[in-house]
Design a protein around this ligand. Structure first.
Ligand SMILES: [Zn+2]
Length: 74
């Protein structure tokens, strides 16, 4: 991700960094409510990431679960 693509919630931003470190693709699509996506290229599944989640810890956990399910099968 480039400069300006950081998520405003630090818990979520940290999870997105973990996703990138795990080899997943993170895209920022600047939709009003949706911040972007975490994408697993090998199996073409994706996880939506919201801009203003009700609970940032839950949003981060959702991303971490996606990482756990998809890391390492590239
Ligand atoms: Zn996958």
């Amino acid at each position: 991700m480039g400069i300006g693509d950081r998520h405003q919630k630090k818990d979520v931003e940290a999870a997105l960094k973990r996703a990138e470190a795990a080899g997943l693709k993170v895209t920022h699509d600047k939709n009003r409510h949706r911040w972007g996506w975490v994408i697993c290229c090998p199996c073409n599944q994706s996880q939506a990431v919201y801009s203003t989640p009700r609970n940032t810890g839950d949003e981060a956990s959702k991303i971490d679960l996606f990482i756990k399910n998809h890391r390492g099968h590239a």
